[in-house]
Design a protein around this ligand. Sequence first.
Ligand code: MG
Length: 451
Amino acid sequence: MTRLFGTNGIRGVVGRDMTAELAVRVGRAIGTHFGGGTVALARDPRLSGPMLCRAVAAGLMSSGVEVIDLGMVPTPCAQYYVHMHAGLKGGVVITASHNPREFNGIKALDAQGMEMAREEEEAIEAVYFEDRYRTAEWSEVGDLRSDTGAIDLYLRGILSRVDVEAIRKRRLTVVADPANGAGCVTTPYLLRALGCRVLTINGQPDGAFPGRLPEPTAEHIGDLMRMVVEAKADLGVAHDGDADRAIFVDETGAFLYGDRSLALLARAELAARGGLVVTPVSTSSVLEDVVREAGGHLMRTRVGSPIVARTMLAQGAVFGGEENGGILFPAHQFCRDGGMTLAKMLELVAREGRPLSELVAALPQYSLQKVAVEVPVDRREATLAALLGLVRDREVDTTDGVKIHAPDGWFLVRPSGTEPLFRIYAEARSPERAKALASEGAELVRRAVRS
Ligand code: MG
């Protein structure tokens, strides 16, 4: 069947793939799927947000669904609102997360506030592609009202799950870079409530993203890295456009890779009570080492935050996340949450009483190498099959793509979802060995394409 939803909702370039007409139809399809009831609606500050929100709301209401407009808030804030209001059928968030400026998207939430399960997305897609919309009678058309209370509810939820006193005592200086995204309306206030001295850059919501691109990569957050040093701050935090991710900068201005913050926070969570941690197959071995040392278990899944979240829920995990800064704290909610991740990192720094750079330096050190090999889209399946044949006498993991374990490292080969490429991720204790493993992976893919 043709798909509407990708791995993270419906995404597209505004005016080309992502139009008002599409948004009305998607709203109608989601409303038909819910079959009445009340749904929360939110958006990030992208310029097309007001247009798409109203179109989705019209679609929802036309199918007999009541809409509560939460306004411009982070995705995890909208998810928490749905999670905490038992009477809601679910939610819709208009966001393109970390994508470039010209994109926008539509994300559907279930009654727990989680990104919808694949089966529910398929039910919505079936309504959409088969034109089976429910149309409410004149007297049954849904109403629209606003609730400006989502931010307060969300911040109180986070503050109830960290040691506020311990953080306040340290009077940390924090530079926040919400990317002119939805985190502007929550993160500076969260930091203030935690007794921090707060400096912000790109701190006014602006869908033109004048400060930087919304993905918090080392290339994009140079201003933050410099400002942390300049302000002699304890740390810096950067979000993506909808603030479900948090990436950190240590007090020396160094970019902290997401797998390192994931490992630090995993250790802190496990120290409290042990248990299961969930992460995709592509995450660094540093997490495995830390979890094992803390007496916990690590389960690896296919790549994608909805899969990580669903696995955590099903398996009763205590912690989980991805190397891109998307981290889930299940006692709070089963969704990536940039604000919660920030609060937990401050709690860790406050309790340890040591600079973030020292905490990172004490972690096991690994090197990661990424390369790509061109593979035509129509050769994708055959190449994967040939590759499996080439490595049949090795230790192979096919959770997602092909992951090959060596005694001193691993490499993972995954077809790109959007480009005619196979990506190879390799990790080892030294950069030289990681490079060698990446080259071995690339050579295997080239042989597999030819065979
Ligand atoms: Mg995001």
